[in-house]
Design a binder for this molecule. Structure first.
Ligand code: ATP
Ligand code: MG
Length: 410
């Protein structure tokens, strides 16, 4: 039954749209196909997933193996390996210039790797042309055609594949509906807001129902409020479509809220790969600890003596670890408590107090270091006033100052 290649492909790539697979195939192949499709519907996704797992067929996994990209002396991506699972939403997160776009462009086939392999499913695609990889990319700057209407822009990928006009109308209509653009199909891009343009770019990607989505900072041009709305829409859409997605951003909140797993990159290398809560609760090194979390984790240099972490001799926190120097202590503002002077683990003068909305961020100064604590929003302290800070010993992280690696205690 699964020997029918065109039918199998149609179902693999369109499984979120089984009813229209049925209609397409009734038209195309006749009764046998329609019966098969109805059976697929009846057994549902669980049976389909089991079949995919058992046969390995149609798994849109992505495997990067020792992938490297160099331009002369610049190493943009440095010997990276990464396994992305079928239907996974993987976020590449990292500061500007760390190699995110380059990684993405290599997967799309817009950039040739200097070394290493790229696999999509069971296919080595290093030498495949972009159009033969069955990936759809959403670019940061939308990449819309200004002279075409919204309809024309969304329809474009179908037109170049010579899709029949009635099917184009139906699929563009469905994609536009999904991103709430149904009323704007006759407008030109210049007559749209940034958020609406962004949604046109998304619709143009989903209209194809590709095996893989690649999205490069698709929300970065939007204002803060729209970004939050679109983030939720993207999350909903990805849940609905179940298509393997690689998403690039330098915004950690976007990464944490959208991702199944996050790969944190720095200088061409993946520093840590894990579920958002793993990355947040269990950072592997100083880079990840400092990058994830808003407000950022407090990181202060010092050493341990007599089970106290000390900055220039001043004890600030209880620690259960052997004495040594050359350490960095990390603690998140939300894991510190503000007390009256003399009642915490250490006292310090208030450097600044900022109302952020739901809480107050109180920054104190200790031995030239600033340490921020999140406090109740009713708290009011004058600059210079001495306060106490309580440290939860179970919520601190220790790092080797020289290597940046996390020290595991206990
Ligand atoms: N065509 C090129 N020629 C030479 N160097 C390049 C080229 N494209 C990118 N680079 C360099 O490769 C490194 C990685 O670039 P890349 O665009 O992948 O970064 P990024 O993580 O996407 O950053 P951003 O968040 O700013 O978009 C950078 O140092 C960049 O200057
Ligand atoms: Mg980029």
């Amino acid at each position: 039954m699964f020997d029918d290649v065109p039918l199998r492909k149609a179902i693999l790539h369109r499984r979120a749209f089984v009813p229209d697979v049925v209609s397409e195939y009734v038209a195309y192949e006749g009764k046998a196909a329609s019966l098969f499709c109805i059976r697929m519907q009846f057994f549902g996704n669980a049976a389909f997933d089991r079949w995919k797992r058992e046969t390995g067929e149609g798994m849109a996994t992505i495997s990067l193996r020792s992938l490297t990209k160099r331009w002369g002396d610049v190493i943009a991506v440095d010997d990276q390996s990464l396994e992305i699972e079928d239907t996974e939403f993987l976020v590449l997160l990292g500061p500007s210039g760390c190699g995110k776009t380059t990684t993405m462009r290599m997967i799309a086939g817009l950039e040739q790797p200097s070394a290493g392999e790229i696999w999509i499913g069971d296919r080595l695609v290093n030498d495949a042309l972009p159009k033969d990889r069955d990936v759809a990319m959403v670019f940061q700057n939308y990449g819309l055609y200004p002279h075409m209407t919204v309809f024309g822009n969304i329809a474009y990928p179908l037109k170049v594949r010579r899709t029949p006009a009635p099917e184009v109308r139906e699929r563009v209509g469905a994609a536009a509906e999904k991103v709430q653009l149904g009323d704007l199909l006759d407008r030109k891009p210049r007559e749209l807001s940034g958020g609406q343009r962004q949604r046109v770019a998304l619709a143009r990607a989903i209209v194809r129902r590709p095996q893989v989505f690649l999205m490069d900072e698709p929300l970065s041009n939007l204002d803060a409020k729209l970004r939050v709305t679109m983030r939720a829409e993207l999350k909903h859409l990805s849940h609905e479509l179940q298509i393997t997605t690689v998403y690039v951003t330098h915004d950690q909140i976007e990464a944490m809220t959208l991702a199944d797993r996050v790969a944190i990159m720095d200088r061409g290398r993946i520093q840590q790969l894990g579920r958002p809560e793993e990355i947040y609760n269990d950072p592997k090194n100083l880079f990840v600890a400092g990058f994830i979390g808003s407000p950022a984790m407090n990181l202060v240099e010092g050493g341990i003596a007599e089970n106290r972490f000390r900055i220039d001799g001043t004890a600030i926190a209880p620690v259960d670890a052997p004495s040594r120097d050359g350490l960095v202590l990390g603690v998140r503002p939300e894991d510190l408590t503000l007390t009256a002077a003399g009642e915490g683990d250490f006292d310090a003068p208030v450097y600044a107090s900022e109302l952020t909305g739901e809480s107050v961020l109180v920054t104190v100064e200790v031995g030239g270091n600033r340490i921020a604590a999140k406090a109740d929003r009713q708290v009011q302290h004058a600059i210079g006033e001495r306060v106490g800070i309580g440290v939860d010993a179970s919520r601190i992280y220790l790092f080797d100052a020289a290597s940046g690696e996390r020290l595991r205690t206990g």
